[in-house]
Design a protein around this ligand. Structure first.
Ligand SMILES: N[C@@H](CCC[C@H](N)C(=O)O)C(=O)O
Length: 314
């Protein structure tokens, strides 16, 4: 029997498996099959599987791999990284360290609890790129898409494309657009075979509530609608700071509400290198005991943390 966790950050839910506790680590094919199976069939499903494995990088307590619900691999996951950071912080009794991710070793830090049983972590979101070849995108007649109209996506809206390093498309919209089917239709179109984003893209619609407060709804690549997307809210915070200079948002604490709760972000611009802090809950909802890879028997124990989180966000 091995123990895995069900976790969430802002209601963006995952199963978390530590490969180091297995006698024999699962192969990549077994991990992808497990991700699809757990996220479809267990405890109401989830948005993905987070796999923790050992890291040989100096200062890194572990390595995180992100597998989306459809089995595709993502280079980063902001909400997921907070839960992996919490897992490693609890396991190694450390408050501040690095976590190896696909493209970078990222700083993570324990933050004061937001409320009793509402544990909180902050994580670094980087590296940032606007380049066509990095995202990648095509057929948009530009090398960087920053606050520009793309009539084939939606007339009258402006879009920015930012990799953090997973790819995001961002548009600032009004409530009528949020209430419409546009995000669903655009997200579906750009995550099916399409001439613009050959590897798909996470699509974020944001509404400005005030100069320090945004609402963000995301249609995620490999998932669909999600309660929250940490990299999406971080990329949107950067787009906000760049596209709305009148709000003077660099280095300021921003609150980003989403359908699952809220997070805080801070956008940094150190020597023309952008990076974001993403601060928010890292909640363990269930502990599962099961046999891998083909679990027959499964024992589930619910924690009190989600009730505490729900009470807090209300
Ligand atoms: N929910 C995540 C992002 C997960 C990966 C994404 N679906 C992708 O394929 O890039 C987050 O919190 O950042």
């Amino acid at each position: 029997m091995v123990q895995i966790q069900k976790v969430h950050g802002s209601g963006n839910s995952f199963f978390l498996l530590d490969q180091t506790i297995l006698k024999q680590p699962l192969t990549q094919t077994q991990l992808i099959d497990l991700a699809k199976d757990l996220t479809r069939n267990v405890l109401g499903g989830a948005d993905g599987l987070l796999v923790v494995s050992p890291s040989t990088h100096p200062g890194a307590l572990g390595k995180m791999q992100v597998i989306n619900a459809d089995g595709s691999i993502a280079s980063m996951c902001g909400n997921g990284l907070r839960t992996v950071a919490r897992y490693l912080a609890d396991k190694f009794h450390e408050d501040q360290f690095l976590v190896e991710t696909a493209n970078a070793d990222l700083q993570v830090k324990k933050e004061p609890d937001w409320a009793p049983d509402v544990h909180c972590m902050s994580v670094e979101i980087s590296p940032v790129s606007f380049e066509r070849t990095t995202l990648p995108f095509d057929n948009l007649d530009c090398e960087q898409l920053i606050n520009a109209e793309v009539t084939d996506f939606a007339p009258d809206l402006k879009f920015s494309a930012i990799a953090v390093p997973n790819p995001h498309l961002i548009s600032f919209v009004d409530q009528n657009i949020l209430d419409s089917d546009l995000l669903k239709n655009l997200g579906t179109k750009l995550n099916s075979p399409n001439p613009y984003f050959p590897e798909g893209v996470n699509v974020n619609f944001a509404k400005i509530i005030d100069e320090r407060h945004l609402f963000v709804q995301t249609f995620e690549r490999g998932v669909g609608f999600t309660n929250a997307c940490g990299t999406g809210m971080s990329a949107t915070s950067l787009a906000f700071a760049l596209n709305y200079p009148e709000y003077d948002a660099f280095n300021k604490l921003l609150t980003i509400t989403n359908p699952g709760g809220f997070v805080q972000t801070r956008v940094h611009n150190d020597e023309q290198q952008y990076w974001m802090e993403l601060i928010g809950n890292a909640t363990i909802t269930h502990i599962l005991d099961l046999e891998l890879p083909n679990y027959q028997k499964i024992k589930v124990q619910e924690t009190s943390e989600d009730a505490a989180y729900q009470k807090f966000i209300k």
